[in-house]
Each structure stands twice: as C-alpha cells, then as structure tokens.
Design a protein around this ligand. Structure first.
Ligand SMILES: Cc1ncc(COP(=O)(O)O)c(C=O)c1O
Length: 474
C-alpha cells in the first residue's frame, strides 16, 4: 500500500498505450509545442480527465485512491489535493465556515490569501496580534492570553484562523491548548500550515496542527515536499465542519481542468512523505548539523536556528539581509527571502543516502561573505519589536464595504482619525501596521514615523516616498 502512487501509475499506463489526442490541451501531447525539449517531454503527461484518469471534482478511480492515501498518511477524516496552492485552501476553509457579516478571529500577520478570503466572504475580522519572536527577530505566534480574551469578547466568532509555522519556521508551543479553548466554545480552528507539509515526516519536526486538534489544515506541499509549485493539500479532522461543505467550495474555486502534472506531483509528494523513515530523519539531521557547524566556522556569518529544522536564518552583522542576498546572488545562491536583518534559507527534506551540494554551498557562502566585507554596511537598527501594538483590533468597515467607498491619497501627517483604505506592512516584523477599515491613531502614526526613520521596508499599497497614504474619503 505504501508504495502506491495511483495517479502516477494511471498516467504511465495511459502514456504507454501510445494514445492519440483528439482532445484538449491543444499542444497534443507536446507535438505542437515549441518549448525547450526538457519541458516538451513533460507535456506528454499533461493530459486531461480522460477515461482511466478519473475526474478531479468527482473522483472515483486513481484520484480517489490517491486522496484516500493522503487522508491516511496525514491521519485526517478527509484530505484533498489542491491545484491552486494553499491560497485556494485558505479561501475554501473561510467560505465553509463564515458568511457575510460573521465575525472571524484572525492572526494579524496572516498571509494575504486569508485576508482575501475574508474580503470575498464579507466576514468581519477581529485581529489578534502575535508576539515578537526573539530567536528570529520576527512576528511569532499569538499568545493564549490574547486568544482567550478575543474569545471572551467575541464568543459568536465563527472561526479562528492561525498561521503555524510562520514563514520563518516559528511555531506556537501552546497550539493544542489554544485549539481546546476554541473547541470549548464550538469554534473551529483553521490553520494555515502552508509551511508545514513535512511536519508529519519525523519527530525531529514540530507537531503538525492536525495532530494538535485543528479542524482544517492547509499545506503547500510544494514549499517543503518534493512537489511542483502550486501543489498543495487540505485536510479536515473535525466534528464542527462537514468535509462536503469544503469540497463544495473547492469545486467552485478550483479549475475544471486540473493539471495532471500537478496531480502526479501531489501523488508523488504524498508518497515521499509517507515513506519517510526515522532513519531518513537522522541522516537529514546529521547532514544539517554538519552544515550548521561549517557555516558557523565562517567568519562574519551568524546562523540562527528556529523551531523548524528545515529553516535557517543567516546574518552578516553590520550588513542588511538585502545586502547579504545580493552577495549570495552574485555567487549563484538563491535564498527564500531577505529582510533588513537576515536571509532565510530552506533545506531539502533529504532521505537516507540522498546527497545535496552542501559543501559547494559553504564555499559559495564563504565567497559571498568575503565579497560583502569589501562593501560598506547599511545595517539598520533592529526594528519591529520596539513598537507595541494593540493585542486585539477590529475594523470600522468590512473589506466589501471599503471596496465600494471612495478613497484618496493624503499626507500621512494629516491622517489622524481617518480610516485606512489599504494594508501597510512593515518588514520586519511583517505584522500589518494598518489594515483596511482601521482608524489611524496618533500612536499608529508615530510608529509609522519611527519605522520610516529606521529604514523599514513596507509592503502594501502605499506612496510613502511621497509621504502619502491611502484612506477612505470623508
Ligand atoms: C503563510 C502562507 N500561507 C499561504 C501561502 C499561499 O500559499 P500558495 O503559494 O501555496 O498558494 C503562503 C505563500 O507563501 C504563505 O506563506
């Protein structure tokens, strides 16, 4: 059973039968494609829902078997393959739990797909602000006290959405307790575990939210398992949410022409994780330790370990993470992300005996850091943790209401008392300073000034170079 890859096998059988295409897609098994040969070869497998290849939205054959294997691997009540990233999983879980006007408690530093889901549904978000994580110098998880208070203030909330682990590999040690608190009030917990599809692979990793009691867990298989970009999973294990309800939304939100390359890759990634042994994990952890030691021996480089062993933060004191990233790229090393202080790298989920060019990587990092030393440092004062934010906030309006309102750009110095029309996210810490619909206070503006003075980078819709922000028109 463990060696089965039903979708991969069905595709192989189909291709081996030398089929002629009288159907979509128009590249006709790649014959009409002008792509480079390596890509063209893959198009032989880029077929559609033909006899023997099942139907993604009403699976009964290979896809049904593969999803059943996924369900068993993760110990869920029901699991689904997603062909549009965790993004579509986040949208579906919000649609399945909330309706227009419902309250939803959401971790303030959620991914944009969560905000988009809330906007589409027309729910009213109550934001819970995460704690500052000292290890990584980024926003971590929400404290139990803050969540408890939010649940007391909003007992009618229809769902709680948390992110676990964060992009930087930080997990809450109190998640099980927090989920239990929500369940006492019959509120389902939806977890964006985009960065944690590998967590079930070994005891060396933090425990998956699914095994801590979460009702719905969404994972980007493509982030940490050997899966193609966009390939993702959604798992349900809940007495509060009907799998069919989520399934209904997935049918609406996902393509009616799913990519079989993605489906095969999902099948293969599930197989990879389900056959991952503790001996694989020991091998990986040993290789990782050797890497960490080699990196720590490099002068001018600091290695920070986080909760998820697949992630490492690298810093070059005196230089920004952006400078370090550029130096890396000059040496053909591409990191996951950079912020003012560091770069984030993601290690491969190696199995026993698999090799990865860590030695070459260390040589290139050594060269990159040496190159950096010849430049002038631009490091900014550490930012983010200095500013205190309200633990629980709400918006004056829903996203849908804001969408219908007139907006304008005004100098931020004149914005006190106005309502923000766009998200403004300083990095780090990656926690939105303004969320659309929130009132702009004196305290918020002084935080903005402070962050600007420290040279923070901002994401969101803004024209801060011109000292302008986007607000709702009076
Ligand atoms: C925390 C988090 N959630 C969700 C997503 C969206 O995942 P996907 O790219 O698989 O749609 C991301 C993407 O980076 C993410 O970081």
């Amino acid at each position: 059973m463990k060696n089965e890859r039903p979708i991969v096998e069905a595709l192989q059988k189909f291709v081996a039968s030398e089929p002629q295409s009288l159907h979509v897609p128009g590249h006709k098994h790649g014959v009409l494609s002008a792509l480079p040969n390596e890509l063209k070869t893959a198009l032989t497998y880029d077929v559609t829902e033909l006899s023997g290849l099942d139907d993604f939205h009403h699976p009964e054959e290979a896809i049904a078997s593969a999803e059943l294997l996924l369900t068993k691997t993760y110990g869920a009540d029901r699991s689904f393959f997603l062909v549009n990233g965790s993004t579509v999983g986040n949208l579906a879980m919000i649609y399945a739990t909330c309706q227009r006007g419902d309250i939803i408690i959401v971790q303030r530093n959620a991914h944009k797909s969560v905000f988009h889901g809330i906007e589409l549904v027309g729910a009213k978000p109550v934001y819970v602000t995460p704690q500052w994580d000292l290890q990584s110098g980024t926003a971590g998880s929400v404290s139990t006290e803050v969540l408890k208070e939010a649940l007391q203030r909003y007992p009618n909330a229809k769902a709680v959405i948390l992110t676990y682990p964060t992009y930087y590999g930080i997990v809450s040690q109190q998640l099980a307790q927090q989920i239990a608190l929500c369940h006492e009030k019959h509120i389902p917990v939806l977890v964006d575990e985009a960065h944690g599809a590998h967590l079930i692979a070994s005891k060396a990793f933090p425990v998956s939210a699914l095994n801590l009691g979460a009702d719905v867990v969404v994972q980007s298989a493509h982030k940490t398992l050997p899966a193609m970009t966009m390939a993702s999973f959604l798992h349900i294990k809940s007495s509060l949410i009907q799998p069919e309800k989520i399934n209904g939304y997935l049918r609406m939100l996902q393509s009616s022409s799913p990519s079989y390359l993605l489906l095969a890759s999902l099948d293969d990634a599930r197989h990879y994780v389900s056959t991952y042994l503790e001996s694989d994990s020991m091998y990986l952890m040993d290789k990782r330790q050797q890497l960490v030691e080699s990196l720590r021996s490099l002068p001018g480089l600091v290695v920070v370990e986080v909760d998820d062993p697949l992630k490492l933060l690298l810093r070059a004191p005196g230089y920004t993470g952006f400078q370090l990233k550029d130096a890396f790229e000059n040496n053909q090393l591409y990191v996951e992300l950079a912020d003012a202080e560091q770069v984030l790298i993601i290690l491969p989920l190696l199995k026993h005996g698999q090799s990865y060019p860590f030695g070459e990587m260390c040589i290139r990092i050594k060269d990159a850091v040496a190159e950096l030393k010849k430049q002038k440092g631009e490091a900014v004062e550490q930012m983010g943790k200095q500013y205190e934010m309200a633990h629980i906030t709400t918006s004056e309006y829903t996203f849908a209401e804001i969408g219908l309102m007139d907006k304008e750009w005004i100098p931020y110095m004149r914005a006190i008392g106005r309502v923000a029309a766009s998200m403004l996210i300083p990095y780090p810490p990656g926690i939105p300073l303004f969320v659309p619909g929130e009132k702009i206070t004196v305290a918020k503006l002084s935080q903005l000034e402070e962050l600007l003075a420290m040279g923070a980078a901002f994401q969101g819709v803004h024209r801060l170079q011109e000292k302008l922000i986007y607000v709702i028109k009076h």
